[in-house]
Design a protein around this ligand. Structure first.
Ligand code: F6P
Length: 510
């Protein structure tokens, strides 16, 4: 049943109306066990949810909503390989990429065998490149999911990255980006990874062709050694003369593809065992999502909280605050994951929705954000839930820095909640601002894998309750088609039929 037509939705609407005076400070005073009951341990991740605008009654109603919208059946359909991406007629099986070898039977045995038959040569290749001292620079050319996941992960795991190799990520069709990277490179020392699920994406194809032209102009000869394609479209890569290819399948969505051949830069950076640990961390989270009860299931609890905030408390955005500088691309990665998955205005069957879906995600690492936009989070007119991530044990020895960093993360969450009422006017903080606090023991391949899988599943949960297809992205198509038309008009100067604004801009730029 559509979520807004369920009895639970009605009950949540009434509950929200009755909870307008909800105050975190009162909630903690009234319920001494709140910090415990609203915390959740999951593989590699501890989550303190207690500074959110929920209580046990809210959670119980949200779980009822999950039951009435058949969340568990939808989750099971994904893990059974059913074609839940119905607008493209595809199964959704990124999770299979981290499933241990030989662990599934039935219809999944064969795809799981393909997964491992592909993973092994990819990891052998990664080790070969790691051992190849001549290759000092690895350039990943890809965009969207073929860029954000591997880029975020290589940065996040910088302390595990093999010394002596540099990793570059070129995504934008803006030639400034490719030109700046190429400037510092030598053909003989460079490996280009052309990462594109479809091998048709304009930006990636344009950058790949320019990289090939540069390689040849530098006297580069051996394309098979210096270019590899990561794609589901091996034929298109071959047409470009790229014969070293690592494949994957159409049932892996772009924004869910870091576990596939698209993860090759990560595997080169952290090694075969590191990549296996990364997969294992994610698999542990898959198992948690599949087996924990709704009440103790972290992706379910935070996914339902997202629905509560978006549809009942009308919070329109979520600020992501990783207190770890190596997680600086984490907000960008999450933006695609959440907003491309759940930024939909129709249900699975294409019917317009009368309720809101994906929030806006944004953020920067702490403590930087504190000196930029946290002002608005503390005293602005809009309530923005904040999602902190902190890591207990650093990989450096600057203990004093790390204690300060963690103290700031905790203090910000505390300040948002407590506010300050002993001063008026400019110095008054209303407080009662919600936040979630994720804590990892260490940032490792395994814990990063678990953290990403947690986010994938939380997006699944809200998308499933909203009844949308979280695995297509038709909304990106129109701009691509119009860009082709405008590009042709830039050459011809033809503006007939265009609106006055578009025509005016075109004429200025010609
Ligand atoms: O345009 C959006 C998109 O299709 C994303 O979903 C995807 O991650 C990105 O483009 C790149 O696509 P590809 O890997 O096929 O080049």
């Amino acid at each position: 049943m559509r979520c807004d037509l369920t009895p639970a939705w009605k009950a949540l609407t009434a509950h929200a109306a009755g909870a307008t005076g909800f105050d975190l400070r009162t909630a903690f005073a009234q319920d001494p066990s709140r910090a415990v009951t609203l915390s959740q341990t999951a593989p590699h991740v501890f989550a303190d949810l207690s500074k959110n605008h929920v209580d046990a009654a809210t959670e119980a109603l949200l779980q009822e909503l999950a039951r009435q919208t058949e969340l568990s059946a939808h989750r099971d359909a994904m893990f059974q390989g059913k074609p839940i991406n119905n607008s493209e007629g595809r199964a959704v099986m990124h999770w299979l990429l981290r499933q241990p070898e030989g662990s599934l039977g039935g219809n999944l045995a064969e795809p799981l065998a393909w997964v491992h038959a592909s993973l092994k040569p990819m990891l052998v290749y990664a080790e070969t490149i790691r051992a190849d001292a001549q290759i000092t620079d690895v350039v990943n050319i890809g965009i969207g999911g073929s860029d954000l996941g591997p880029q975020m992960a290589v940065l996040a795991l910088q302390d595990f990255v093999i010394p002596g190799k540099r990793f570059h990520f070129v995504s934008n069709v803006d030639g400034h980006e490719l030109a700046a990277v190429l400037k510092g490179l030598k053909a003989d020392n460079t490996l280009f990874l052309i990462a594109s699920k479809t091998f048709t994406t304009l930006e990636t194809m344009t950058n790949a062709r320019s990289a090939q032209a540069w390689f040849k102009a530098q006297g580069g000869q051996d394309v098979a050694r210096h270019f590899a394609a990561l794609t589901t479209n091996v034929a298109a890569a071959a047409e470009m003369g790229i014969t070293t290819t690592f494949g994957f399948w159409d049932w892996v969505g772009g924004r869910y593809s870091v576990w596939s051949a698209i993860g090759l830069p990560v595997a080169i950076a952290i090694g075969a065992q590191g990549f296996r640990d990364f997969l294992a961390g994610a698999h542990a989270m898959d198992q948690h999502f599949q087996t924990a009860s709704l009440e103790e299931n972290l992706p379910v609890r935070i996914g339902l909280l997202d629905v509560w905030y978006r549809n009942f408390l009308n919070y329109t955005s979520r600020s992501i605050a990783p207190y770890h500088s190596a997680l600086r691309r984490w907000p960008a990665f999450l933006q695609q994951l959440e907003m491309e998955s759940n930024g939909k205005g129709v249900d699975r069957h294409g019917q317009a929705l009368p309720y809101d879906t994906s929030p806006v995600l944004w953020g920067e690492p702490g403590t930087n954000g504190q000196h930029a936009y946290f002002q608005m989070l503390h005293q602005g007119t809009e309530v923005v839930p904040v999602e902190f991530i902190a890591v207990k044990n650093p990989t450096h020895s600057l203990k004093y820095h790390h204690a300060l960093l963690l103290a700031n993360a905790i203090a910000q969450a505390q300040a948002l909640m407590l506010g300050k009422s002993d001063a008026g006017g400019h110095k008054h903080f209303k407080g009662n601002r919600p936040s979630t606090f994720f804590l990892l023991d260490q940032l490792t391949p395994a814990s990063l894998g678990a953290l990403i899988a947690l986010q994938e599943h939380r997006v699944f949960v809200s998308g499933a309750v909203w009844g949308i297809n979280s695995f297509d992205q038709w909304g990106v198509e129109l701009g691509k088609v119009l860009a082709q038309d405008i590009h042709a008009r830039m050459a011809s100067g033809q503006v007939a039929g265009l609106d006055a604004s578009t025509a005016g801009l075109l004429e200025r730029l010609r």
